[in-house]
Design a protein around this ligand. Structure first.
Ligand SMILES: *Cc1c(COP(=O)(O)O)cnc(C)c1O
Length: 366
């Protein structure tokens, strides 16, 4: 069976280094807010070229904390609107609604499956305070038009960078394109921990201070609480693993690009719509490789019967979920079509040549 993602094999590449580091943390007796997290924040800040990094418990918290901090700082308030793509993972939208802000859904572009930048301006109202850009599947979504809209309407640009760590737009890494960004180090992400982990990056010192306090009970000084905060910390064990894996991220992303290019050049089946390569390959880190196919379930069953595991990202659009039942009658035809016909092929830096060829041959024979 070719697994969709063989996490064990991915992490075993670094077995010696990771085990040594975990043992060091265990024996140190210091498990939270110590050397490993300080080192990781420093390294991530250098890697992304962004002044502030705050390690947090997971990607959803990273995004929630950004909006919460904007509210605490008086920059946003309950009832304000945030524009977000309609076909994103639910976490992007939860981060907005959890703060009593209103998610305003915007359809994606058929070409990139990222938010359709040309449809954003029509959705802007006097209540719009931010655009949450999601670099979906690992592909950058950004343009001069975003900067133009930001200045024209005085908006904050927040990035959901859970899927695109390492991607670049004109030499600038995702996570420093906007005002603030949320990262996830969920085990299956391009930079994955051994459990939940996340981070916020941002450019503004005041915002960073506010997020750091909010993530630690609303406190910057022990037992002095300036906000009604939460507990969202990245622990030393996870930070230790991330310190090791961050060193190999570029290498792994390059391997993902190489595999994606093979899929794109060698899959030849007229029933299948392949993703479009960006002009600059650095704009994509291929967190997942998503094809579109009319009878998706048939292809998925066929691949499964032949030993290839695939997944669907995502089967149900957020506006059709029971969690957002008041939106169930909204119509987002492009998103709805995407959720019916997308299929994600295995793509991880440890796929072997014969596995890639087997997947390609099976699809071409279908
Ligand atoms: C994974 C993911 C998140 C949430 O990250 P967690 O660490 O699982 O909370 C948010 N947005 C997107 C687009 C994601 O893929």
């Amino acid at each position: 069976m070719i697994k969709f993602l063989d996490l064990k094999a991915i992490n075993m590449q670094y077995q010696d280094e990771i085990e040594r580091s975990l043992l060091k943390v265990f024996r140190s007796g210091w498990y939270l807010l110590g050397n490993e997290i300080n080192e990781f924040e420093k390294r991530l800040s250098e890697y992304i070229s962004v002044p502030h990094v705050i390690g947090v418990a997971n990607g959803l918290d990273a995004l929630r904390l950004i909006f919460r901090a904007y509210i605490e700082l008086g920059i946003m308030k309950a009832g304000d609107e945030v524009i977000v793509p309609s076909n994103t993972y639910i976490a992007s939208i939860l981060a907005i609604s959890d703060n009593d802000l209103i998610p305003v859904l915007c359809e994606p572009s058929e070409c990139s499956l990222n938010i359709d930048i040309d449809k954003i301006e029509a959705l802007i109202t006097p209540k719009t305070k931010a655009i949450l850009l999601v670099h979906l599947y690992g592909r950058v979504v950004f343009s001069e038009k975003i900067e133009f809209l930001k200045h024209k309407y005085n908006l904050k640009i927040v990035e959901d960078n859970a899927q695109a760590i390492g991607a670049e737009w004109k030499g600038i890494k995702t996570g420093s394109l906007g005002d603030a960004a949320g990262f996830s180090f969920y085990p299956g992400k391009n930079l994955g921990a051994l459990g939940d982990a996340g981070a916020v990056t941002c450019k503004d010192q005041q915002l960073a201070n506010s997020i750091r306090a909010l993530a630690n009970y609303g406190s910057n000084k022990k037992y002095v609480n300036i906000y009604q905060g939460l507990n969202s910390r990245l622990d030393e064990i996870q930070a230790a693993v991330l310190n090791i894996k961050l060193q190999y991220l570029n290498q792994e992303n390059a391997e993902r690009r190489r595999i994606a290019k093979q899929y794109i050049s060698r899959i030849k089946n007229s029933n299948i719509v392949l993703p479009v390569l960006p002009k600059d390959e650095k704009e994509h880190v291929w967190h997942i490789f998503v094809i579109r196919v009319a009878n998706r379930d048939a292809l998925q069953n066929y691949l499964s019967e032949n030993g290839v595991q695939t997944l669907i990202h995502y089967p149900i659009p957020v506006h059709k979920q029971e969690a957002y039942r008041t939106w169930n009658d909204f119509s987002f035809p492009i998103s709805e079509a995407i959720h019916c016909d997308v299929l994600s092929l295995p793509l991880s830096p440890i796929l072997k040549e014969n596995e890639i060829t087997k997947i390609i041959d099976l699809i071409n024979e279908w």
